[in-house]
Design a protein around this ligand. Sequence first.
Ligand SMILES: Nc1ncnc2c1ncn2[C@@H]1O[C@H](CO)[C@@H](O)[C@H]1OP(=O)(O)O
Ligand SMILES: [Mg+2]
Length: 283
Amino acid sequence: MADQWQEAYDFAVQVARAAGAVIRKAGEEEIKVQTKSCTVDLVTKTDERVEKIIIGSLKEQFGEGTHCFIGEESVSKGQPCILTDKPTWIIDPVDGTTNFVHGFPFVAVSIAFAVNKEIEFGVVYSCMEDKMYKARKGQGAFCDDEPIQVSDVKDIHKSIIICEHGTDRSPETVQKIFSTQKKILCIPVHGLRGSGTAATNMCLVACGAVEAFFEIGIHCWDIAAGAVIVREAGGLLLDVDGGPFDVMSRRMVSGNNMVIVNRIIKEIEIFDTVRDDAPIVKK
Ligand SMILES: Nc1ncnc2c1ncn2[C@@H]1O[C@H](CO)[C@@H](O)[C@H]1OP(=O)(O)O
Ligand SMILES: [Mg+2]
């Protein structure tokens, strides 16, 4: 039983690599852009096509009845986004859609697998750089099969912190995001960065390129795979208020150690979001 999910883990790596190849190819052709929740929340035919390919391959391999699926594009079309105890795949086919549309070269396929609401393994394929990040609970984290580890920096003044701006353009939210970033920059830290993909950002924490990444507004499919990769690389995850990390809460801080994470949490101005698993309110 110990290695029950090894086949699924290996298969997820294969599927992510194949999906990444489809994205790279699509990036060479004309990209037609549509919007979802607002004018800056973008989606393309590639997002939908790649999600279909990933879920189709997983269903073919593991059967439809026993495994559940939470995919960004399926949820946006009305599929439920509830994490139960059943084996569940959590998929972002194209993390960094805005980057993809603009040719900004950080785009990732993110595939996580949870059992009993715990993430068993995660795979993030940064397809433009051709880097395969993966981790399985208790077995360490890897980039292209080389073990990775978080940074050992404890002094916030020697850190790089990743923050993103999200898609909410209401002046109140933008004010909070910039105010938080200003306070962190002025600690001072060595720098602020952002790749435009939450999944890749978490891998940058995991491999020690940055000390922390936090965001409010992300979804479970952006961070589920990255969460196990950060943990297995020796890092930690918390809620932005210092409470336990909850993959459905749409908020998280990931970092290399408690000292750095707690220092960041002190500066975060929290704004409201609707949980991923909140009941859908019919208009
Ligand atoms: N409403 C939102 N607020 C903040 N980040 C969001 C968001 N919706 C998606 N993201 C994700 O956060 C990162 C950038 O802020 C991306 O990984 C993006 O994923 P996406 O490209 O799959 O939409
Ligand atoms: Mg995403």
